[in-house]
Write a protein of this length. Structure first.
Length: 233
């Protein structure tokens, strides 16, 4: 670049309709940043900061909303660290989505208060509720497995010579507790799952390979592992 040329490294901006209204920005390392003229609302030229466009303002507002959602998601993760059941926290744009296991109506009431949930609907999975709330100004969707009330009364189902009540958890010979959450095979066979696990096994297979099965009358004690019951007689 020719250092003796006064035009080297610079540019001249001229007004299309009002004659010279130019600034020569200086370029290169160590040189001050040049000023670029812009039109104001009244049609004049200005050296001041250019106002943001509507699209730029919306982009900045979106970035700020996502930052708030990220902060809330981290706070919820820390709060869920002491939660006994499985849980998951994810960001969905400027919102937060929380999936957790709820044990009983009292537990669900506490979570509703924590997330300020005002709208509740049924989820796609059995015994699942979906709540819409907010935390620190950020909208939160909560998927609560086990929050929906279970059907009252007995739900008998016969497998071979034994009849099982699907309304109660079933403890196998090793002390593990199996739950029927409304899912069945196409032939109607109930599918059971260990609490908090997505894998399911048919009632017939659980009874055949892990039996005998005994009902757990008090669901609050369903998670306690005890020695298998001694055979009668």
């Amino acid at each position: 670049m020719n250092a003796d040329n006064p035009r080297a490294g610079g540019a001249v901006l001229r007004s299309v309709d009002s004659g010279p209204a130019a600034v020569t920005p200086t370029l290169g390392p160590g040189r001050p940043q040049g000023t670029v003229l812009h039109r104001t609302a009244d049609g004049r030229w200005s050296r001041g900061p250019r106002p943001l466009t509507d699209l730029e303002r919306k982009a900045l507002a979106w970035d700020a909303s996502c930052a708030r959602a990220r902060s809330v998601a981290r706070a919820v993760e820390r709060h869920l660290a002491g939660h006994a059941g499985p849980s998951d926290v994810r960001m969905d744009g400027d919102r937060v989505r929380v999936v957790l296991r709820v044990d009983g109506a009292e537990c669900w009431t506490r979570w509703r208060a924590y997330f300020h949930i005002t709208v509740v609907g049924e989820g796609s999975r059995p015994h699942t509720l979906v709540g819409e709330g907010e935390r620190d100004g950020v909208r939160v969707t909560v998927v609560a497995h086990g929050a929906a009330p279970r059907r009252r009364g007995r739900r008998p189902f016969r497998v071979g010579d034994a009849t099982y009540d699907l309304a109660s958890p079933l403890r196998d010979a090793h002390g593990d507790v199996w739950y029927f959450q409304g899912c069945r095979r196409p032939d109607g066979m109930p599918l059971l799952s260990l609490d908090g696990r997505p894998e399911r096994c048919s009632l017939a297979n659980v009874a055949a390979h892990l039996g005998p099965l005994s009902p757990v009358c008090d669901a609050r004690r369903a998670g306690d592992r005890t020695s298998p019951p001694e055979p009668a007689g």
